[in-house]
Design a protein around this ligand. Structure first.
Ligand code: ADP
Ligand code: SF4
Length: 697
């Protein structure tokens, strides 16, 4: 199909200093948990985005020096010439598919605890480092020599970027990562020399780094400045008017302005708390202060919003990190008029959790993220089938939908049977909970693919039993029958069922999602799951007027959501709704009118009042069909069945991302020969140095 002319403007080339982007789709720098440790994986991930049509593909922040070591986070490094081949591998892949490659150089300043390098962190003043992990490390105030050193390191790193063939080289002053932002900030920069005081002084270091970079590589590379326009903390922080002044001051020194909010949790807000284009109020006037192109972000997934951003003169380039992770082929699909095929980012920040857990980022919508090189997965393509086996998939939750869709793309004939009238399994229910409606896109995309696919026979309202499965006689049977929440209090901290008095009202998330509400007006929500569910249900009940007490063994509500950068917002929302949060309490027993709990530290007992308990602890796989099929294994061969396999939550309950991944994995690995090393994927092992001798000999 031809592209819709409404979107033509997005495909116009844009000149950025000495280089030209082929269109306005700009993959801004984003972390991915791979960095220097998984360099080939990282390179393949970026190359596929270029293949998917992005005009510019950038790296994540790249440490320029050991004093910029952001451990435990794993990013790229340009510490010395030794790093050039790794950096070049990324740029080569991006160029091979016709995009410009951008390298985000970064001196992390007071955000680098230097845990690996053990260098003393550098900042405008003597203060503890500003890290997520509250490391017991202080930065020291930089003197003139330190500033000269920093400029030298940055220049050297820029030259390495050029050697590695990058087209765009960044100076980073954003999100309280880029060191120059600490100088810009009145909060942090209380210096009295020419680098402190007036805005002009506070911007001096940034100006010098921009001028140095232009001088070093500006003949061939564009110089980009990534800057935060607001910290969302009012007049004490960097705010829009001040950022406009900085850009007014330095307006035309860089070739491109890349705008963000600060810190990262404000820049990468989730759909539970913010709509698409949430950065618009902070960036809409910036173009008045520079003649250079401007790129900005805002979890843009709608092409109409992207067009509006350009047509209304807010942005020249449409920036995306998460939408480009969820669908690396977004520009190509628009170009080809395949708008319904776009996998829209759901704004869940599972990708961000990869960085926080120092593991390769995964994506709820795009299970190939992080697997491009090591497993050879592609977001769009999958190898053709090796056999004529027909596949029966039982259960149309995220795991079953993904498996059916990808097996069909391999050329298999697929039957998909779902017990209920609707597709989507748990996601179809969870999308109705407060703040989670965008998560429904996991279903919307796959449902659209499945119902328009002639190779997939879809059976709704079809709860299958073992007899029917045998009758259907597909060679391959995939059970994606999901899970249910347990009601006995067993979870992480309690491993035996909790004693419960006769007649107590105990509900699970399944009850609430099926529309059953507590009859008592005061409710205890007990969270030993620690992800979103308990927080969302507490919110649901509080909004409905229940008196809610949130009890958890953890230090705070939905504690794992530190990894998605949402925990502080969850806690604030619950407090705002009048929910009483009781941390560090482990459930012991339930009786009429309340629970007994013990202090997680002292073991002392506490009684907590509440008429009903909502227990959010753990799930159990739904295994009736699995057990029934195991019981008649002897009949499989006669029925033509070669294998029965569990996937998704019916194998082990997990995140939606894990269920989608599991469906994809089944489709990828069906008939795949095992690897000779017996491992599930290819590894990149650090090359051993020749310069080594056993100590003491
Ligand atoms: P996952 O996250 O692993 O995809 P879900 O719980 O979201 O799991 O989805 C499981 C789906 O399987 C649900 O829609 C449920 O109705 C369906 N299901 C469970 N048992 C059967 C069965 N015996 N026959 C058909 N569908 C089933
Ligand atoms: Fe979007 Fe979630 Fe994927 Fe991140 S993990 S790109 S937020 S869908």
């Amino acid at each position: 199909m031809p592209r819709d002319p409404r979107y033509d403007i997005l495909f116009e080339p844009v000149r950025i200093g000495p280089v030209t982007a082929r269109n306005r789709f700009y993959q801004v720098p984003h972390c991915n948990g791979m960095g220097y440790r998984d360099a080939s994986g990282l390179a393949a991930m970026r190359a596929i985005k270029a293949q998917g049509g992005w005009g510019v593909v950038c790296t994540e922040q790249t440490e320029i020096h050991p004093t910029s070591d952001i451990s435990p986070f794993i990013e790229l490094r340009a510490w010395s010439d030794q790093d050039i081949p790794m950096l070049a591998r990324v740029a080569d892949g991006v160029h091979a598919h016709g995009a410009l490659a951008g390298l985000q150089l970064c001196h992390n300043g007071m955000n680098s605890p230097n845990l690996t390098s053990r260098e003393i962190p550098l900042g405008p003043v003597d203060l503890p480092v500003a890290t997520f992990t509250n490391d017991p490390v202080q930065a020291r105030a930089m003197d003139r020599q330190d500033i000269a050193d920093l400029r030298h390191w940055h220049r050297q790193a820029a030259l390495r970027a050029k050697k590695a063939d990058y087209d765009i080289v960044y100076v980073y002053a954003g999100k309280l990562f880029g060191g120059p932002m600490f100088f810009l900030s009145r909060r942090y920069n209380t210096r009295s020399d020419e680098y402190g005081g007036s805005l002009e002084n506070r911007a001096r270091l940034l100006r010098e780094l921009l001028e140095d970079t232009r001088d070093a590589v500006g003949d061939r590379c564009a110089v980009a400045c990534r800057i935060s326009v607001d910290e969302l903390i009012g007049p004490d922080g960097l705010h829009r008017e001040e950022a406009e002044e900085v850009i007014g001051l330095l307006g035309d020194i860089p070739d491109l302005w890349d705008l963000t909010l600060s810190g990262w949790e404000n820049d990468s807000q989730t759909s539970r708390f913010s709509p698409e284009a949430y950065q618009e109020p902070f960036v809409h006037t910036i173009k008045r202060f520079t003649s250079k192109p401007v790129v900005g972000v805002g979890r843009f997934t709608s092409p109409d919003t992207m067009v509006r951003m350009v047509k209304s003169g807010i942005l020249d380039l449409v920036g995306a990190a998460r939408p480009s992770i969820a669908d690396p082929f977004l520009p190509r699909k628009l170009e080809e008029g395949r708008i319904d095929d776009i996998r829209e980012c759901i704004g869940c920040n599972i990708c961000v959790s990869g960085d926080f857990t120092a593991s390769p980022s995964r994506c709820t919508q795009n299970p190939s993220m992080g697997e491009e090189w090591r497993r050879g997965w592609h977001p769009e393509y999958i190898r053709p089938r090796q056999s004529d086996d027909r596949v029966l998939v039982v259960g149309a939750g995220p795991a079953g939908l993904e498996a059916a869709m990808m097996l069909s793309r391999r050329g298999h004939e697929v039957s998909l049977a779902e017990a209920s009238a609707t597709l989507g399994g748990r996601v179809e229910k969870e999308r109705r909970l407060p703040g989670l409606s965008a998560w429904g896109r996991v279903v919307d995309y796959r449902q659209q693919q499945v119902i328009t696919d002639p190779r997939i026979a879809l059976f709704r309202d079809s709860p299958l039993d073992a007899g029917t499965v045998l009758e259907l006689g597909a060679e391959r049977v995939v059970l994606a029958t999901g899970s249910h929440w347990r009601a006995d209090g067993v979870g992480r901290r309690v491993l035996k069922p909790v004693p419960m008095a006769e007649g107590v009202e105990v509900l699970t998330p399944d009850h609430l999602m099926d529309g059953t509400l507590p009859t008592a007006r005061s409710v205890i929500v007990y969270d030993d799951d620690h992800y979103y569910m308990a927080g969302v249900l507490a919110e649901l009940l509080a909004v409905k007027g229940y008196a809610v007490t949130y009890v958890t063994p953890a230090a705070d509500a939905s504690t794992w959501m530190h990894a998605t950068m949402e925990q502080h917002r969850v806690q604030a929302r619950l407090i705002g709704l009048g929910v009483t949060i009781v941390p560090h309490r482990i459930l012991v027993s339930v009786d009429t009118g309340g629970i007994m709990a013990v202090c997680a530290f002292t073991g002392r007992e506490h009684r907590i009042e509440g008429g009903a308990l909502v227990s959010v602890t753990a799930r159990l796989p739904r295994l009736d069909l699995w057990h029934a099929l195991q019981a008649c294994k002897a009949e499989w061969a006669d029925a033509g069945i070669k294998s029965v396999t569990r996937i998704g939550d019916s194998l082990a309950p997990g995140t939606i991302a894990a269920a989608v991944f599991s469906g994809r994995r089944y489709a990828e690995e069906l008939d795949a020969p095992p690897r000779s090393d017996g491992l599930p994927f290819r590894r990149e092992v650090t090359g051993l140095s020749d310069d080594y001798q056993i100590p003491g000999l």
